[in-house]
Design a protein around this ligand. Structure first.
Ligand code: IFM
Length: 453
């Protein structure tokens, strides 16, 4: 395979999120989040762990910036813990929490690394949850208050803002499937939560622009490329439904197309929505959600190979027989072509002004060997294949401006606790020693060459 060069100025980065790495769950006036509460509930996290300490990044951020600088990263995507800023979700701000992110941002800028800040990567203040959480409209109003406070504090230095990370997860995985905090299993609540999350995005965009002149503002969605191996009308309809549930439900309103009518109808038919339809949508909401954004953040890991349910009515089911056997430790199929297909689809169907891959990566358990190094060659193969597909999508016209590897370091993988390792940097959770895996050294070279061979 010939070396693929990336255009000058292409941003190479790595990503993390607050709850997954910071620890310090009770320090310096931080309020409790729904993830503190969820992870402290027995039975919710597979290994019984939590993010109380995680990678202790709250205390080790300077060393972590030094690591990033050593890797040559151009950009770092991190998230801000809302309950560090407003411990009760609204009202009094917590200056030490603001100061932490202010120091982090200054440190990044001094190291020549561009900060990309995500406002919400799932750690909702528990106080907001106690008032009903995202299924309530109030949560969207509270988010705007939080967005205002933090962008006023950092908006002079942070020039790339992501309102939300993966609304499918914070809306449906959390309220419909129940795997993530707050662990509800109520489809209607999941749709209401998703709507208020999108609404809070739309409402926050002009506030961020006001507080952070010349900033780029966008949202990050996670996508699963849906496909079927046996192209019967039933299976193709199943693909359409899955795509509507996972991808279009979020993309369409953000790009001014309202909620997909086929899905509204399907939800009404299934009794998920009342006959009156989207009764949580108020006049003006859809216009707000469609606020102009400067970029779309794309999180891509895998695809879904689907078939129609046997009764022809229920939600589509997985068709593992027809998927390839190559999987990461998460059990996710490795399908780099999906990234090409996705970036091209987004470009041709939705025309975002700019795209960033805000997450892509793989979980592999490879640990330090006798030589003290971590030979994670499967992660290198995974990343290389995806970088190449991204470059091909750019050649086909997709306006991709940067790529953030998930994740900078091993961290708390939500309901899977510390059993999955996505990092380019190995973390020993006992000692907090960090070791650059082979994939980190490989990535360092990709960045230096601005090319992948
Ligand atoms: O760890 C998560 C991240 O928080 C959101 N996107 C997917 C990653 C891997 O599951």
């Amino acid at each position: 395979m010939a070396t693929q060069h990336f255009p000058e100025g292409f941003l190479w980065g790595a990503a993390t999120s607050s709850y997954q790495i910071e620890g310090a769950w009770q320090e310096d006036g931080k309020g409790e989040s729904i993830w503190d509460c969820f992870a402290h509930t027995p039975g919710k996290i597979i290994d019984g762990s939590n993010g109380d300490v995680a990678c202790d990044h709250y205390h080790r951020w300077q060393d972590d910036i030094a690591l990033m600088k050593g890797l040559g990263l151009h950009a770092y995507r991190f998230s801000i813990a809302w309950p560090r800023i407003l411990p009760q979700g609204v009202g009094a701000a917590n200056q030490p929490g603001i100061d932490f992110y202010s120091r982090l941002v200054d440190g990044l800028l001094e190291a020549g690394i561009t900060p990309f800040a995500t406002l919400y990567h799932w750690d909702l203040p528990q106080a907001i949850q106690e008032r009903g959480g995202w299924p309530q409209r109030f949560a969207a109003e509270a988010f705007v208050e939080y967005a205002d406070v933090i962008t006023r504090a950092l908006g002079d230095r942070v020039k790339h803002w992501i309102t939300h990370n993966e609304p499918w997860c914070s809306g449906l995985l959390s309220h419909q499937i129940g795997e993530h905090a707050p662990g509800w299993r109520d489809w209607y609540a999941g749709l209401a939560a998703s709507h208020h999350i999108l609404l809070s995005h739309g409402w926050a965009v002009p506030v961020i622009r006001r507080n952070s002149p010349d900033a780029e503002v966008g949202v990050t969605l996670n996508f699963t490329v849906a496909t079927t191996a046996v192209r019967t009308p039933e299976n193709l309809a199943a693909v359409r439904v899955f795509d509507g549930y996972f991808n279009r439900w979020f993309l369409d309103p953000v790009y001014g197309r309202r909620y997909p009518a086929d899905m509204v109808y399907a939800y009404q038919k299934a009794g998920v929505l009342p006959a009156s339809g989207l009764d949580f949508v108020v006049d003006g909401d859809l216009e707000a959600i469609a606020a102009h954004t400067d970029f779309l953040g794309v999180n891509y890991y895998s695809r879904a190979v689907l078939k129609a349910a046997a009764d022809g009515e229920s939600f589509p089911v997985d068709d593992p027989e027809h998927a390839t056997l190559e999987r990461t430790d998460m059990g996710w199929e490795i399908y780099p072509q999906g990234l090409y297909d996705l970036l091209c689809r987004l470009h041709f169907e939705y025309q975002p002004a700019k795209l960033y891959v805000t997450e892509n990566g793989a979980s592999y358990a490879d640990a330090p060997g006798v030589d003290g190094r971590v030979h994670d060659t499967r992660r290198i193969d995974y990343l290389r294949a995806h970088f190449i597909k991204a470059r091909e999508a750019m050649a086909a016209g997709a306006p991709l401006a940067g790529y953030f590897v998930w994740s900078l370091m091993d961290n708390f993988e939500w309901a899977k606790g510390y059993t999955e390792r996505f990092g380019s940097v190995w973390v020993d959770y006992e000692t907090q020693v960090r070791i650059l895996k082979d994939s980190a050294l490989w990535y360092q070279q990709v960045i230096a060459d601005n090319a992948v061979g």
